[in-house]
Design a protein around this ligand. Structure first.
Ligand code: CMX
Length: 456
């Protein structure tokens, strides 16, 4: 079938059987010990979540249903409009892979792309009105969370549940419909937020039902050469590159295992049977934190500030000095370090490769040059400093500065684009959570007294 829901329908019985068997036959198998260090240390090393779509290896980085970024770039269908075939895969292809575990055919990917475009044509009128009336200057992530939460008014799952006419076995079907509607609405919602920030709410571009999801995000930001606004006067090549950057960025930020704040929050809130809009809106609130999604913005600020203070972005000695001063002031180097990864993030490398493949475009951009130079110098400094477990660049090191290059300069807005992408992994898991009948999450907590008792 070319229909994602139908394909899932066929997959679910076997997976459900598998999970019941696991529970029945192996439910008591131990997979680790929990230490006091983990209880008071952000649950590090505490392997305790089921998450299907992606897994993170400390050295190999992210794998999407077992596939590396390189595999995905080779295997996942691209847009047929891609003029030279060198563009990135469609995030819609990634969504299919996450949901089903299978690489989609081009027909399946394009069918899903068309379905998203058809469902995402316009925002519900109540959301549109609400977004138009938000105070100017409101944080873009607050706007995104409000917009998403408001869409729960149209939640199929919430409506059916409220009426009491669905059984547990059918939950996933309505969660699926909500998830797809939510993902489909993100280009319009993102465009609306951007227009609130930069144009007093005036539309910046057009939604095109014959175009893919990433194209529509770009168009509604006023960033394609064909749209009415073309705010940055991008020429055809730049516009095509920007759309490809968006496909790349939104294709590889979809998920990063289950334990990160935005994914875990979505899963946790959803486990209370809150609908996908409320669940993902909560995840967005977590993504807004400076140690998580907001870091991309911090990196851009950091690069711009450093470029003011040094004589050239190629000056290794001055960069090194700048970093040491920062560390002496007990500040972190934004874009470096990771809670799980222990090498350079392959997503960073994919973004860096995007820039390297376009030397003419980026040759004069001091910030992009500094970003690249920094990736050689900062690891050396952090290693010498000796605290950071992973001294290498993380995903946020490169992404923001590339958007900035093309003219998206409103730093607080980057995380909204991250939020578009990140919808795909956690919402996939939410569909599977309900399909497999996973229960409400309820870990046990300990107070000082109980911890003390364990130490005696
Ligand atoms: N610069 C300076 N010091 C750093 C550092 C950095 N980039 N990264 C970690 N450290 C320090 C920590 O502050 C900690 O110091 P203390 O012991 O004094 O508290 C020490 O090194 C050990 O930390 P860690 O175990 O290596 O890192 P954590 O798992 O605690 O934190 C992270 C991970 C990402 C929050 C941290 O590396 C950081 O703050 N990086 C900068 C911000 C950033 O780039 N965030 C984006 C993360 C990507 C994402 O997950 O979204």
């Amino acid at each position: 079938s070319v229909g994602l829901k139908q394909v899932l329908q066929d997959l679910i019985p076997q997976r459900k059987h598998d999970i019941l068997e696991l529970k029945k036959n192996y439910g008591n198998v131990k997979i680790g010990d929990i230490t006091i260090g983990s209880v008071i240390g952000g649950m590090r090393g505490n392997t305790s979540m089921f998450w299907q779509g992606t897994s993170l290896d400390a050295y190999e980085g992210i794998k999407f249903q077992g596939k590396t970024i390189g595999d995905c770039q080779r295997l996942l269908p691209k847009s047929p409009k891609d003029s030279n075939g060198k563009g990135n895969f469609l995030p819609e292809s990634m969504l299919w892979l996450l949901m089903t575990g299978e690489v989609p055919s081009i027909e399946q990917a394009l069918h899903l792309s068309a379905e998203l475009a058809a469902r995402g044509r316009q925002l519900p009128d109540y959301t549109d009105k609400l977004m138009s009336n938000l105070p100017s200057g409101m944080h873009p992530m607050t706007q995104l969370a409000i917009g998403l939460a408001s869409m729960n008014k149209g939640s199929e799952f919430a409506r059916k549940y409220e009426k009491g006419d669905i059984g547990k076995n059918e939950y996933w079907e309505y969660v699926f419909d909500d998830a797809i509607n939510l993902i489909a609405a993100l280009p319009q919602l993102t465009g609306k937020i951007y227009s609130n920030i930069v144009a007093g709410g005036k539309p910046l571009g057009q939604f095109r039902e014959d175009c893919d999801w990433s194209y529509n995000i770009c168009s509604l930001l006023g960033m394609t050469s064909e749209d009415s606004c073309n705010r940055q006067n991008l020429d055809g090549k730049q516009s095509e590159d920007f759309v490809n950057l968006m496909r790349l960025y939104t294709g590889i930020h979809v998920d990063h295992e289950g334990g990160n704040v935005s994914a875990h929050t979505t899963h946790l809130v959803g486990s209370a049977l809150s609908d996908p809009y409320l669940s993902y809106s909560s995840g967005i609130m977590g993504l807004a934190g400076p140690l998580h999604g907001l870091a991309a913005q911090e990196v851009v600020r950091f690069l711009i500030e450093m470029n003011v203070m040094i004589s050239s972005p190629q000056s290794g000695r001055e960069i090194e000095q700048y970093l040491w001063n920062l560390l002496r002031c007990k500040r972190v180097i934004p874009g470096y370090g990771h809670a799980v990864l222990r090498k350079a993030d392959p997503r960073f490398i994919a973004m860096l490769d995007f820039a390297k493949a376009r030397p003419e475009e980026f040759a004069q951009d001091k910030n992009v040059i500094l970003m690249e130079k920094l990736s050689e110098i900062a690891p050396k400094v952090l290693k010498e400093h000796g605290k950071t477990k992973n001294p290498y660049p993380n995903v946020d090191s490169a992404s923001g500065i590339l958007f900035y290059h093309y003219g998206v300069t409103e730093l607080l807005f980057f995380t909204v684009i991250f939020g578009c992408s990140r919808s795909m992994g956690p919402l996939t898991q939410l569909v599977w959570d309900r399909a497999l009948g996973l229960p409400i999450e309820r870990p046990k907590s300990l107070d000082f007294k109980s911890l003390g008792a364990l130490c005696r």
